[in-house]
Design a protein around this ligand. Sequence first.
Ligand code: ADP
Ligand code: MG
Length: 467
Amino acid sequence: VWEQILDNMKEQLAASAFKWLNPVKPLSLTDSELVLGAQNAMSKEWITSHYLTILEDAVADVLGTPHKIVMKVIEAEKPEEPEAPAAPVRRPAKGENPDQGTLFQEGNGASAPAETNDMHIMAAGDSSSLNPKYTFDTFVTGSSNRFAHAAAMAVAESPGKVYNPFFMYGGVGLGKTHLMHAIGNRVLQNHPEMRVLYVSSEQFTNEIIRSIQEGTAEKFRQKYRNIDVLLVDDVQFLSGKTSTQEEFFHTFNTLHDAQKQIILSSDRPPREVERLEDRLRSRFEWGLITDIQAPDLETRIAILKNKAQLDHFSVPNDVMVYIASRIDSNIRELEGALTRVVAYASLIKRPVTTDLVAEALKDVFPNNKTKEVTMEVIQEIVASYFKIKIDDLHAKKRTRSIAYPRQIAMYLCRELTDTSLPQIGNFFGGRDHTTVLHACDKINKEKESDKKLGSILTELIERIQKM
Ligand code: ADP
Ligand code: MG
């Protein structure tokens, strides 16, 4: 049955997406529940956040009834037995520093600079490997994240030299974790010999608590103080955790004194993290603090286009604009919506249109705004924005004060509705479709270099979508 489900999903998913699912093993199946095993927590999380809906749909398709899907992590061979060095990377001898490009991969026990008897510390968490998909190349920039992105690049190019610590904060799903992985990936690309460790704050806390309970604090210290780039995600979760903060304070000092790079993220700036020791807070403020804001509409559209390209989805422009204008605060949700729409369309074997999106995402859109954008609305808003008459858009006039808004209006009709070039031409005073094509190309080109035009378009689209 699992084979069938996989086949079913294979049809609708790009190869890149499918490779996440292929290694998944079915564990058990009842009338109402399917338990699946992922290889590690990273892949479990990835699948849960990206493919659960598609999985559920595929399962319902194959089995005929909806099933709850439960994801578990299959326990890898844990390097617990003293003489079982299953690690693929050479493990350094006691007291020796690892000298090879060492990405500490929690969970599979690989490449940890430690003796076998404390390998459980190294295996304490299992999601700290860098996600190769989170790179600078796949990160779309816009005014909301440009500064954070530039600073992250600078840090990645000169770890320990420019901003230390580097502290990023911003709301959920805005790209903090992505940027952290991107820094780690870039550092390893430039310096394969460097030791880069990414940990979530929970994982860091768990390791500390364990090392205290089991009396292996010294090993913990060695591990954490032997790192070139330490990335700690979501430090707001250290709030109120006194012993973790205490240990982190010392780790921080050792690394910072040795000019090793520390990178932190949080959902809020250091001064707003509650129950955080003052000495830690002040250290978090030593280096550079940048925020990431919610992306504007233009950036959201760009993110969707980027994702569609990466995942080989073919989705019309108006659909992306439609989704982007309705999901405005969380990029994970934005991307999830696109994936869901594509899966939905292929399941019910219909093309991806704005109507279909409205149907597929009816639970996602807050106020169920499904009204379609019409060319009338576009003309009305463009005309009022440029303070010209709607009739001027139809007329033969070619003065720039009229022709330019007209071209913009044509471009928007092309982007926001699914009318054809001849239909648009017709609607604009019986013009030829080549005129429309010319207008669209022109605006498309100009908006790349002309910042002002870019913001005019964003403003117009926002107004149109609000109608
Ligand atoms: P955070 O850690 O801030 O909660 P994430 O880094 O986990 O957010 O981002 C959520 C999702 O959105 C990820 O899949 C990430 O790749 C994607 N994402 C966020 N920002 C961008 C961006 N600027 N360009 C492309 N993808 C992005
Ligand atoms: Mg995150």
